[in-house]
Design a protein around this ligand. Sequence first.
Ligand code: SAM
Length: 228
Amino acid sequence: METKEVFDKVASRYDIMNDIMSLGAHRYWKELLIDWLSPDKGMHVIDVAGGTGDVARRFLKRVKGNGKVTVCDPNDFMVEEGKKKRTYKNKIEWVVAPAEDLPFKENTFDAYLVSFGVRNFSNLKKSLSEAYRVLKPGGKFYCLEFSKAENETISSAYSAYSSIIPVMGKIIVGDEEPYKYLTKTISNFPSQENFKKIIEGSNFKKVNYRNIFNGIVAIHHATKIIDA
Ligand code: SAM
């Protein structure tokens, strides 16, 4: 199943499925992402793979003073779902485009956010080089993504839980295939340390990460530093 087809199918129930599958935990993880970003007055943020704009709204809720957010996602169904929501309706700029080819000038954004999107990128290296290009010097990269649990028991319990996600998809959305795809992309995604090395290979500096829930989820952080 193609990525586009997956999100075409889940778009209309995406937010409710997120709550059900993560038992509401995605809300807490996204708040931790915004905590780390610590949104400052006047900040212009790009939320790549922003889907229905959930992270963008959390940013707008917490930014001190005026902030600007651009949601960028290649799936027009996800973007249309996002546009229907009333909260911060006129405060989000929506752009339909993939992470591999961002239609923005270099040095545009103060921060680049990607939440549960990076594992869908068709070309990770190209996407990271685009992230680097559109960030201003000193700009920050933050990536929230499912990762690898450190503890064996937790990892096994999580695998068992993942195996029932397609069943939940079948019951709620009427199709298990998109959720099989989602669990497959989670298990195929590199470990925290390997992803850190990939980010470092894309010119970013000060790359580090935080594990959440024992590493089931991790936030990677990096900075665009131009050598003098
Ligand atoms: N960021 C949102 C969130 O955390 O709720 C949505 C995440 S959703 C799991 C993944 C998103 O990645 C979908 O909206 C999908 O359209 C988008 N996506 C898929 N391929 C992409 C690509 N090549 N570049 C950017 N986004 C992509």
